[in-house]
Design a protein around this ligand. Structure first.
Ligand code: TYM
Length: 339
């Protein structure tokens, strides 16, 4: 039994623009959790440096950091109640990551599927940062002793690693329950939103086809067009979820609808089962525009005042540091650092 107070932490990488998968898989749940427990939301700019082939140009990181911050706020995270900050402003993340690098085992990191996907055929040319990325992620969470981590399905393995690191640290240093076992919170009908062009691929910021995703900054027209063009099959929608067998594109669009409408895939099929995709796509386009376009408008408004965004990040970082500093001080004592 853990004695740790409930605390939520999650984060997103400032890489390209956020998309519907980030919103439905994570951000939408963050907004809800704000009224359930204290939360901290981070823009993980240090993780953004692990991106391939020089993407991490300084201007891109800066622009994306402010854009992701604006997206959090536009979606409903309230900076007056919930600290929003960029990781690099809280040095304790990096300090704990080093200690955790000495706790995590190579064999554990070798099993990480995201590293395998991102490094592709050229493992030896990948940065060491990309390899040790999940260790920094564990530090992001445990530097606050966060207990709940709302994320999409793709982060599950990284969360399991964070739990293993916490456990091994506690065992190795003989400090029972020093770090909690953080719980992944993976909820809702759209924990893994798929590409609009290929139901076997995850919707991703780095897919080269812009039609594969709905960006949070897309205009109403672009959103509607992308949904109309989304890949489907020639059959009508199934009557129930069993009919999704072999029809990943149909399943994806229904899950997106259910998540946006705060209902279940069964309820959506109750209404649209047996109908043609053309009719369903019109309804989905309308719903997506109604939910996403206001976020884009609010992001544009917020981004017009960069100084205010920077102020919010600084203020959030100060509050985050106040929580992390005593935990890092204790951790350093536990591992034997003098000072
Ligand atoms: P990132 O930036 O890739 O994604 C941010 C969040 O969006 C979710 N997500 C999706 N959910 C559903 N369908 C999709 N297609 C989809 N694509 C992305 C992700 O699961 C994530 O919740 N490693 C993290 C960032 C991170 C972090 C942390 C998260 C760093 N430190 C500490 C939580 C706690 C990442 O790369 O997310």
């Amino acid at each position: 039994m853990t004695t740790h107070k409930q605390l939520v932490l999650s984060g997103m990488q400032p890489t390209n623009t956020l998309h519907l998968g980030n919103y439905l898989g994570a951000l939408k749940n963050w907004v809800r959790m704000q009224s359930e427990m204290p939360c901290l939301f981070c823009v993980v700019d240090m993780h953004a440096l692990t991106q391939e082939s020089g993407y991490a140009k300084a201007d891109d990181v800066r622009r994306a950091t402010r854009e992701v911050t604006a997206a959090y706020i536009a979606a409903g995270v309230d900076p007056a109640r919930t600290p929003i900050f960029n990781q690099s402003q809280v040095a304790e993340h990096g300090e704990l990551a080093w200690i955790f690098n000495c706790v995590a085992r190579l064999g554990w990191l070798d099993r990480m599927t995201q590293f395998k996907e991102k490094s592709g055929k050229h493992k030896e040319r990948s940065s060491v940062g990309l390899y040790t990325y999940p260790v920094l992620m564990a530090a992001d969470i445990l530097v606050y002793r966060a207990t709940h981590v709302p994320v999409g399905e793709d982060q599950k393995q990284h969360l399991e690693l964070a739990r293993d690191i916490a456990q091994k640290f506690n065992n190795d240093f003989g400090v029972e329950d020093f770090f909690p076992q953080p719980e992944p919170v993976i909820t809702g009908p759209a924990t893994r939103v798929m590409s609009l062009r290929d139901g076997a691929k995850k919707m991703s910021k780095t897919d080269e086809s812009d039609n594969s995703r709905i960006n949070l900054t897309d205009s109403a027209d672009t959103i509607a067009q992308k949904i109309r063009k989304a890949k489907t099959d020639p059959n009508p929608l199934p009557e129930d979820k069993k009919g999704f067998e072999g029809r990943p594109e149909a399943e994806n669009l229904v899950n997106i609808y259910a998540a946006l409408a705060d209902t279940t895939p069964d309820a959506v099929l109750g209404e649209y089962g047996g109908k043609q995709f053309s009719e369903f796509k019109n309804a989905l386009a309308e719903l997506t525009v109604a939910r996403i376009a206001p976020i884009a408008d609010e992001m544009r408004r917020l981004l017009a005042d960069e100084a205010e965004i920077d102020r919010i990040l600084k203020d959030g970082a100060q509050k985050a540091r106040a929580i992390a500093a005593p935990i890092i001080a204790e951790t350093k004592k536990v591992v034997g650092f003098v000072g």
